[in-house]
Design a protein around this ligand. Structure first.
Ligand code: NAG
Ligand code: NAG
Ligand code: NAG
Ligand code: NAG
Length: 936
């Protein structure tokens, strides 16, 4: 009875677990890599935290003698801080800052130049004395009205009292050429030591002054410098644009930089409507790479002065809106936080997760390389069970791995794991490892060597890591990069993994920075979040590739085993037609004279095929195999129509010189190779269509031992025993018996790794495997090669014992073995059966003579010949070298007694050094048959 799915699954699972346990190096590597990576990230992170927590980024403090008694007290606050420190200070009452205009630096202010001619700009020489005016361009629908508005932009203020500098600045139109910061807790303009400009229609030479201001308790000094505000009329807003554009800092020394303070378009403004467009230069905002918040715009004062200009136009010079200061809302102290591990994470974590790919691939390719999968199949393992268990096994391994990774990462404190929603992370990793397993199955078809597979897998992992890590983030951040192209890139699983990790890292980074959480399920609807696409891609690829991988695997294992992957599958599709057309021709080619015994065997086969219930264990019905010639070569006829019928309890020996077609024939009989025509029936079951049923009662001992180096002999037998549906006590007994029969039971050999076995021990184990579980048909391909005489005898006994209730088909090069073991022999030469029968018959038929060997001195050679001719007139000399001669004496002509007498007689006449008379051996028969067939 065939083993059920669950029995097979159980066998396979147990074998896998043992294999995993033994494969300690890989297991340790798998566990250690993520640990090392996580620890490394944590170390780097703590270095960075250490740096961030240094005083450079901590709110500035100083020692203040508050009570005036010499003992000082530490006070912290923005007034003691640098710009870097301000972010972390607590600011219960924010400071009030005057509102400033953004003024171009003196050396860049617009002047006349030789390339562009813009009316009204000052001479270039003003740059040397740093006295260039700050230009304001304006235009509008009504020029006279625009002119009068522009004239009101800057007004002379009589010397103001600077001790109340905020209210003074509200009239003085202050400006600065420093860049703005990202908060207004502290204004960089008052810290960088650049002067504060007051914009006036005219500057008197001695109008530069100083003023002091206080931040909390600290008093500071600042220069106040006059700059002339110069409004210039332009005809249209496109003229203004053009001039602004051409004045832009070009980074080219020869071109003039002509910066303008601001520009206004008064549009259709009249005395009832005020419409204005304001140009400002936002390039002035200073945002660093890591900074996600934009710098503040210095645009408020521009709006204030133009509003005042309109008010004055309407109501006279006395009316003004005074804009004294801006200040931010209060804030608590914060700690600058920068989660570096989140940013480095994607690349590292990608490698960690992909580390399983080579592991799985190695495992699968190992079984393919050592033909273990076919071996398992031939002992009854079904494809479905193999897939289900291997898949489930790898999935379990992968899931445990990623869960371990997540838990460890969280425990060690990596924000990447802690901040993002665990269920999202799990779903993402889980779907990905599923896809990864399918990829491994798929990739297995392309490799036939573990080393290559492993190397290519690592190249893929690291290659896509670097390429993805380099390209993807910039493509993702570049909003002009087409989203569809990103999706195309993400079709490569390594990139989709990277993208997913990247999104998680972005969310955990900003979550950490803002003090909130990372990615939540609701974030999936965020249109910038690529996670949803990635999940869809992964699941879709899995759904498509899984059946595809299964199909390819089945096709590859069903057909020719030496086939290499997908290409051959496709090739087979393409060449199928041409083979079938050749089939009809090939019938004619093989018409050859067949020997009577071969013809009789063919008749037996044909006869038993007609019977409904056949007593034959194996029937080969006219098997033919043609390998179609490549590159214009002729087709090769490997097997030319062989018919054999075997009874149960019979051992059949298949002999033949190398290259005679034995292996092709056996491969067709065990269903590894599809015959070009003809068929094989095992126990009445067609091997082509009912392979799985046939395999459950079949045993194979292949020519090359197909064994797992990491398992012991006993484990091998247990595994195959389970596949053959042996359970519990019966299994133990069968295994012990089997080990004993092949002499592997004693001395603990059975529990040693097969990798440590000698060649002979492996052979014996292979034979034991082929016999376990009482198969009805057993194929043995040269079972005794490499065995010492004692082991060989032992093995022969095993086979003799075994053949009693099953059919055994055996190939061998040892004629002795064939004679001892086989009930019938068939000799195949050049693809067709030359003779078939039991050893004695064959010997009688092809032998029929004795061989007389005699060694004398060279002088007496002639006398020996005379003697032999007297004995038997038809004797033939077959061998002759310096005194030693061999003769064939036909049996019907001589009696052994006569030979003895003749030799005795001869000895008395001359000296005979040695002599021998032997019957024909199987070897003689074999050589003769091979020679005859060759001469045809
Ligand atoms: C332009 O504005 C001035 C002052 O308000 C007004 O007197 C004049 O009519 C306006 N011109 C046009 C063409 O609207
Ligand atoms: C400026 O104003 C302060 C008070 O606001 C006053 O004490 C001081 O005398 C004034 N200085 C001048 C020069 O007016
Ligand atoms: C705007 O500001 C940037 C940065 O300082 C400067 O390079 C550029 O020339 C300015 N553009 C104009 C039109 O003034
Ligand atoms: C921007 O600010 C940094 C300090 O935060 C400063 O070093 C840098 O020079 C500024 N960039 C410009 C263009 O002023």
């Amino acid at each position: 009875m065939a083993a059920s799915f669950w029995t097979q699954a159980n066998a396979l699972l147990r074998k896998n677990l043992i294999f995993q346990k033994r494969n300690r190096k890989t297991s340790i590597r798998i566990i250690v890599y993520p640990i090392i990576l996580c620890v490394l990230l944590v170390l780097i992170q703590s270095l960075i935290n250490n740096e961030l927590h240094k005083s450079k980024y901590k709110c500035g403090c100083t020692c203040v003698d508050k009570n005036g008694n010499g003992s000082c007290e530490t006070v912290c606050g923005i007034q003691y801080s640098t710009l870097d420190q301000v972010d972390s200070c607590s600011v219960p009452s924010p400071f009030e800052w005057p509102v400033l205009l953004q003024v171009p630096r003196p050396e860049y202010r617009a002047v006349q130049n030789s390339f562009d001619t813009f009316a009204g700009l000052p001479e270039k020489s003003c740059r040397d004395s740093e006295s260039c005016p700050a230009t304001v361009l304006f235009t509008g629908g009504n020029e006279s009205l625009a002119n009068s508005l522009a004239a009101n932009l800057f007004t002379n203020v009589a010397s103001s009292n600077l001790s109340d500098y905020l209210s003074a600045f509200s009239e003085l139109i202050p400006g600065t050429d420093t860049v703005s910061g990202d908060t207004q807790f502290i204004d960089p303009a008052f810290i960088y030591g650049r002067p504060i400009y007051t914009n006036q229609p005219q500057c008197i030479s001695n109008s530069n002054r100083e003023f002091s201001f206080k931040i909390d308790t600290v008093t500071m000094q600042e220069d106040l410098e006059c700059v002339r505000g110069l409004p210039l009329w332009r005809r249209s807003s496109s003229d203004v644009n053009d001039e602004l554009f051409k004045g832009y800092r070009k980074g080219n020394a020869e071109m003039m930089i002509n910066e303008v303070m601001s520009a206004y378009d008064f549009l259709e403004t009249d005395d009832r409507n005020f419409h204005v467009n304001v140009w400002y230069n936002s390039t002035y905002q200073n945002t660093s790479v890591w900074d996600t918040t934009p710098g503040l715009l210095r645009v408020l004062r521009s709006i204030n002065i133009v509003s005042n200009a309109y008010l004055q136009f309407l109501k006279g010079s006395g009316v003004k809106v005074l804009f004294e200061f801006t200040k931010e809302m209060p804030k608590i102290a914060t700690q600058l936080s920068f989660d570096f591990s989140s940013l480095l994470g994607p690349l590292f974590f990608k490698w960690v997760i992909e580390l399983l790919l080579p592991v799985i691939l190695t495992y699968l390719v190992y079984e393919k390389q050592h033909k273990l999968k076919i071996m398992m199949k031939m002992h009854g393992l079904e494809d479905g069970a193999y897939w289900a268990i291997s898949y489930a096994y790898f999935l379990l391994l992968s899931t445990a791995y990623v869960v371990f990774f997540m838990v460890f990462g969280s425990l060690i404190g990596l924000k990447f794991f802690k901040l993002n929603d665990y269920s999202i992370q799990f779903v993402f990793y889980f779907t990905y490892v599923n896809l990864q397993i399918v990829l491994a199955f798929l990739a297995t078809t392309f490799f036939s060597d573990v080393k290559t597979a492993e190397a290519i897998a690592y190249i893929y992992i690291f290659g896509t890591g670097f390429v993805g890590g380099y390209l993807l983030p910039s493509f993702i951040q570049d909003t002009s990069f087409p989203k569809n192209w990103l999706i195309v890139m993400e079709l490569l699983p390594a990139f989709s993994l990277y993208r997913g990790l990247y999104e998680l890292s972005q969310y955990s980074f900003s979550g950490d920075y803002m003090g909130t959480h990372g990615m939540q399920w609701t974030d999936l609807s965020d249109h910038l979040n690529g996670m949803k696409d990635v999940l869809i891609i992964i699941v879709a690829e899995w759904l498509i590739l899984l059946p595809f991988a299964y199909y390819i695997d089945r096709t590859a294992s069903r057909g020719n085993i030496s086939m290499k992957g997908l290409f051959s599958v496709l090739q087979r599709f393409l060449t199928k037609k041409s083979i079938s057309t050749q089939r009809s021709e090939s019938g004619k080619v093989f018409i050859e004279m067949e020997k009577p015994d071969v013809i009789r065997e063919r008749e037996v086969v044909e006869h038993s095929l007609l019977e409904s219930r056949t007593s034959h264990a194996v029937i080969c019905d006219n098997l033919k195999k043609v390998y179609s010639g490549k590159d214009g070569n002729k087709d090769k006829f490997a097997v030319k129509g062989v018919s054999i019928a075997l009874q149960s309890g019979e051992c059949f020996g298949l002999l033949g010189p190398n290259g005679a077609g034995k292996t092709s024939l056996i491969n067709m009989m065990i269903g590894l190779v599809k015959p070009t025509s003809g068929n094989t029936f095992v126990q009445g079951l067609n091997i082509q269509t009912e392979k799985d049923k046939v395999y459950s009662s079949m045993g194979v001992c292949p020519q090359n031992d197909m064994l797992w180096e990491m398992l012991t002999g006993r484990e091998h037998l247990m595994f195959y025993g389970r596949l053959k549906n042996l359970k519990g006590e019966a299994l133990m007994q069968a295994v012990a018996e089997s080990l004993r029969s092949v002499n592997l039971f004693h001395g603990g050999i059975a529990d040693k790794f097969v990798g440590k076995y000698s060649g002979g021990m492996k052979r014996r184990l292979s034979v034991a495997i082929s016999l376990i579980g009482d198969p009805k048909v057993v194929y043995m391909d040269e079972p005794s090669t490499g065995l010492d005489p004692a082991s060989r005898n032992n093995l022969w006994n095993v086979v003799k014992q075994a053949k009693q209730n099953r059919a055994i088909i055996l190939t061998t090069h040892s004629m002795e073995e064939a004679e001892v073991l086989c009930d019938r022999l068939g000799i195949i030469v050049d693809g067709s059966l030359q003779c078939i029968g039991n050893p004695k018959e064959l010997k009688a038929r092809f032998g029929g003579y004795y061989v007389l060997t005699m060694a004398t001195s060279t002088n007496e050679e002639h006398e020996v010949e005379v003697l032999v001719n007297k004995l038997s007139p038809n004797a033939k000399k077959i061998y002759h070298v310096s005194g030693t001669q061999k003769f064939e004496l036909p049996k019907q002509e001589v009696r052994i007694a006569d030979v003895f007498l003749a030799v005795k007689d001869a000895k008395s006449k001359f000296s005979v050094q040695a002599w021998a008379l032997s019957d024909t051996t199987m070897e003689d028969v074999f050589i003769k048959v091979a020679k005859e067939a060759g001469s045809i």
